[in-house]
Design a protein around this ligand. Structure first.
Ligand code: PLP
Length: 374
């Protein structure tokens, strides 16, 4: 049997899956474009990196740990710390190889072919790809033209077939945040047969902003089944180690996801680093302060160039650049600047740029201004 014939026999939903656009690496851009410095502003990483406490711990790792042993499958130390800080029962928690792993596990656990999932557009690609991979039908609700959540339209999209509602708050890629009143209004329209997947990958950047919801409290109040996701990839600066965590409304839901996940999905190094990182909230606060200062600077610089970024509560900005963003982003690579041009239909003129360090932010603004044609 040829590979083509073999592939033709596979599930249609797998054959039809779009590839996730994971962005370019700095090494690739350096080599391909012959630039000495790359401003990697396409993946919303933390320019401050991991905390000094994490680096010191990892330097000792090889002498204090045994790589020949499997990691703790239940992440006990990290679980205990997070449970205490969030005041949740440890059995409600689960861990993923990045929160993207938890998104995949949730799709495989809670969705069946033909189920309907509601999310927004523009969206985080995996909020669509993972449900589609299990045969679910994804309904996308456009953000408002002022790049805020359209809660009325989300409520109108909910149907008796809706099995999952997926929202990132703050939104990736837009950066806007839904406030507590709007979150309550949205959840009050959801039926108990729908799981609410509330993705707070950028929680730390927004948590002390006026109006930003105490999502755990609002989700609990809703009485719905829900899963709240957070990550160590952003404000904690550990994207390379892949640790995300989830809080489920009931231990039974966490237990089901536990059966679907691979048992050792968080490696030893990642568990230890995340445990140390969680204890260093000063590093998180400094990272958030950097991101806000850089975001304000970039936002003002863009406004100065006649561009209006969406109001962002996260470590990135999203805006309509008035021309094909993929073409413009391609030219900016020649200056060593990586950004994320949006590819979803209707948003091809939009670009998302991460907030980096001051020098990279300035390089972005210079390159954007030099390379744009409108
Ligand atoms: C909204 C959202 N959810 C989840 C993720 C996945 O993050 P990670 O797998 O690194 O935890 C990202 C990453 O950019 C994101 O933006």
């Amino acid at each position: 049997m040829s590979v083509t014939a073999f592939i033709e026999n596979l599930r249609a939903e797998v054959r039809g899956l779009p590839a996730y656009n994971a962005g370019l690496s700095a090494e690739f851009v350096r080599e391909r474009y012959g630039v000495s410095h790359v401003a990697k502003l396409g993946s919303n990483e933390n320019p401050r990196g991991a905390s000094a406490a994490v680096l010191a711990h990892l330097a000792e790792f090889t002498t204090t740990s045994t790589l020949a042993l499997y990691p703790d499958p239940s992440c006990s130390a990290l679980r205990a710390l997070i449970a205490e800080r969030l005041a949740v029962d440890p059995e409600h928690l689960l861990f993923g190889n990045g929160s993207e792993d938890l998104l995949a596990i949730a799709a495989h656990t809670f969705l069946a072919p033909g189920d309907e999932v509601i999310t927004v557009i523009p969206s985080f690609g995996l909020h669509i790809i993972y449900p589609q991979s299990v045969g679910a039908k994804v309904v996308t609700v456009p953000m408002r033209s002022d790049f805020e959540f359209d809660v009325d339209a989300l409520i109108a999209a909910i149907s008796p077939r809706t099995r999952m509602l997926i929202i990132s708050n703050p939104s990736n890629p837009v950066g806007c945040a839904m406030d507590g009143a709007e979150m309550r209004r949205l959840l009050s329209a959801v039926s108990p047969e729908t799981l609410v997947l509330w993705d707070e990958a950028y929680f730390e950047y927004a948590s002390d902003e006026h109006g930003y919801p105490d999502s755990l409290a609002v989700l609990r109040e809703s009485g719905l089944p829900w899963l709240l996701l957070r990550t160590f990839s952003k404000a904690y600066g550990l994207a390379g180690l892949r640790v995300g965590y989830g809080v489920a409304s009931a231990p039974e839901l966490a237990g089901l996801m536990d059966r679907v996940r691979t048992p050792f999905n968080i490696n030893q190094i990642a568990q230890q680093a995340a445990t140390v990182a969680f204890g260093d909230q000063a590093h998180v606060a400094a990272s958030v302060a950097d991101a806000r200062a850089g975001r304000d600077w970039m936002s003002a610089a863009l406004v100065g160039l006649g561009v209006n970024p969406a109001r962002s509560r996260a470590n990135f900005l999203f805006f309509d650049c008035g021309e094909d963003a993929a073409e413009l982003a391609g030219k900016m690579l020649e200056d060593g600047v990586i950004v994320k041009p949006w590819r979803e239909p209707g948003y091809e003129n939009c670009m998302r740029v991460s907030v980096g360090n001051a020098a990279d932010n300035a390089l972005f603004i210079r390159s954007f201004d030099r390379r744009r044609t409108v």
